[in-house]
Design a binder for this molecule. Structure first.
Ligand code: PMP
Length: 436
C-alpha cells in the first residue's frame, strides 16, 4: 500500500529527485477545483495565478475533463503528423475561425517555447531572411532559440551561447520609459525599433516578435499606436510581425486574443498556456500563404497536437465562448478600478496596470516613485514578502514577476467571481500593510 502523502513528504521527494524548483511561490497541490487549490493536508487556497496563467476556464472544468476523458478512451496517440485525427482537424478549423481574419493554418506542439521556436523557423523560411528582433524585458521561453529572444539576462546567465542574429528594442514600458516619461508609449516610442534595425542588424530581417501584453516583464500593455507602428516598421523592412499570445491568448485579457484590443492582425500568432486549460498544447497559426512556406517534414513534433490535449482545447474554447471571456472583461475592469486605489493608499505601490484578468501591481521602495526610470533596488524583497504574506496569512496564491521581480500578478481563472476577486484584493491590502 502506498504511504499517505503529506506536503512535507512530497516536498522531500522533490528535494531529492526533482531538479530545483521555485520554492518562494510553492504550494503543494493534491487537487484543485474552480479557483481553489487543496494541499495534502486539506488546506485550501484561493488561486489567483492559475498555474502561471493557464487554467482559464477553472481547475477541473467539467466540460474539459469530460472531453479529455472521452478522447482518452477513443484514441491517445498516433503522432498527429502521421495519423490525422478528429480533434486536431476540428481544433485547427476552430482556431482559423477565432483568430484574426487571415490566420488559417496551425502547427501544433506542446508548449509556448516550442510555438515560438516554430514561428521563428516559419518566418525565416517564408521571408528567406534570418534576423529577429524582440523586446527588451520580453519573455518567449527558455529553450535556446526562444531564450535568445527573451530580453532578460536573469534567464540566460550560464546558458549562452543561444542563437545568433537576434536584437532587442525598447518595450512600451511607460512607467519607466525615458522617451515618453510615463505618459503612454505611442508611435514615437515605437520608432526606437527603426534605430535598432539601423544600428544592430544587417537589415536581413525575418521577424519582429512582441507579446501584445508583456506578461513576465510585469504586465505591460502598449497603446494601439505603439503596436501598429511596430507592425508598420516590421513590414517596411520585409519582416513578419509575430504576436506571442502564449500568455495573453484564450480570453486572458478580456478578448479571445489580445491583438484584437489593438486592431492588429499579426502575421503569425503563437499560443499555449490557456489553450487546453492545463493539458500540454502549443500552436502557431499563420495565413495560408505564409504557412505554406513549410514543406512536409520541415517541422514536426512527436507529441505535438496530441488528440487528448486537442479535445480539451476544443472544450476550453467552447467554454470561453459561453460567457467566460466576457466575465474576464467585466471583472477585469472592476478589478483594475479596485487596484487603482492602492496607488493612492500605499507608498509601496508604484503603478497598477493591465487588461482583463491580467493585472499587475508594481511595487517600489517608498521614495523611489516620482520621476520615472528609477529602478527598484535590486535587492528589493517587497514582492516576495507580499506573496509570502498572502500565502501564509490569507491562503491566497498570487504570482510575482516583472523584470525587476517587483510586480504582483493577478491572473486568476477567468471564471473567478467578484466576491473571490474582492477577497483577494482585501488580502493584498493586508499584505501591503504588513510591508509598508
Ligand atoms: N511566451 C510567453 C509570452 C510566455 O509568457 C511564456 C511562458 N511564461 C512562453 C512563451 C513559454 O511558454 P512555456 O513555458 O510553455 O514554454
Amino acid at each position: 500500500m502506498q504511504e499517505q502523502k503529506t506536503n512535507r513528504s512530497v516536498e522531500a521527494a522533490y528535494d531529492d529527485h526533482v531538479m530545483p524548483i521555485w520554492k518562494s511561490l510553492n504550494v503543494p497541490v493534491k487537487r484543485a477545483s474552480g479557483c481553489t487549490l487543496e494541499d495534502f493536508e486539506g488546506n485550501e487556497y484561493l488561486d489567483v495565478f492559475s498555474g502561471i496563467s493557464v487554467t482559464n476556464v477553472g481547475h477541473g472544468n467539467e466540460a474539459v475533463v469530460e472531453a479529455a476523458t472521452a478522447q482518452l478512451e477513443e484514441f491517445v496517440h498516433g503522432c498527429s503528423y502521421v495519423h490525422p485525427s478528429e480533434p486536431v482537424a476540428d481544433l485547427a478549423e476552430t482556431i482559423a475561425d477565432i483568430t484574426p481574419a487571415n490566420l488559417e493554418k496551425s502547427f501544433f506542439c506542446n508548449s509556448g517555447t516550442e510555438a515560438v521556436e516554430g514561428a521563428i523557423k516559419l518566418a525565416r523560411k517564408y521571408t528567406g531572411s534570418k534576423e529577429v528582433i524582440a523586446l527588451e524585458m520580453g519573455f518567449h521561453g527558455r529553450t535556446l532559440g526562444s531564450l535568445a529572444l527573451t530580453g532578460n539576462k536573469a534567464y540566460k546567465q550560464g546558458m549562452a551561447p543561444t542563437i545568433n542574429d537576434v536584437a532587442h528594442t525598447a518595450p512600451p514600458y511607460a512607467y519607466r520609459c525615458p522617451r515618453c516619461n510615463g505618459t503612454r508609449c505611442g508611435a514615437s516610442c515605437a520608432d526606437e525599433l527603426e534605430r535598432v534595425i539601423g544600428s544592430h542588424t544587417s537589415g536581413d530581417l525575418a521577424a519582429v516578435i512582441v507579446e501584445p501584453v508583456m506578461g513576465e516583464a510585469g504586465i505591460i500593455a502598449p497603446s494601439e499606436a505603439w503596436l501598429k507602428r511596430v507592425q508598420e516598421i516590421a513590414h517596411n523592412h520585409g519582416a513578419l510581425l509575430i504576436a506571442d499570445e502564449v500568455q495573453t491568448g484564450y480570453g486572458r485579457t478580456g478578448k479571445l486574443f489580445a491583438s484584437s484590443h489593438f486592431d492588429v492582425e499579426p502575421d503569425i500568432l503563437t499560443q499555449a498556456k490557456g489553450i487546453a486549460n492545463g493539458l500540454p498544447l502549443g500552436a502557431f497559426t499563420a495565413s495560408k500563404e505564409i504557412a505554406d512556406a513549410f514543406e512536409a517534414g520541415d517541422h514536426l513534433s512527436t507529441f505535438g497536437g496530441n488528440p487528448v490535449a486537442c479535445a480539451a482545447a476544443l472544450a476550453t474554447i467552447d467554454e470561453l465562448q459561453g460567457g467566460i471571456v466576457e466575465n474576464a472583461r467585466q471583472n477585469g475592469e472592476w478589478l483594475a478600478s479596485k487596484l487603482e486605489t492602492l496607488e493612492k493608499d500605499y507608498d509601496v505601490v508604484g503603478e497598477t496596470r493591465g487588461l482583463g484578468l491580467m493585472q499587475g501591481i508594481e511595487l517600489v521602495e517608498p521614495g523611489t516613485t516620482g520621476p520615472q526610470n528609477i529602478a527598484p533596488r535590486p535587492d528589493s524583497e517587497l514582492a516576495s514578502a507580499v506573496s509570502k504574506h498572502l500565502r501564509e496569512e490569507s491562503n491566497v496564491v498570487m504570482g510575482v514577476g516583472g523584470y525587476y521581480k517587483n510586480v504582483m500578478r493577478f491572473q486568476p481563472p477567468l471564471t473567478i467571481s467578484r466576491t473571490q476577486l474582492g477577497d483577494a484584493v482585501e488580502a493584498l491590502q493586508t499584505a501591503l500593510e504588513s510591508v509598508s
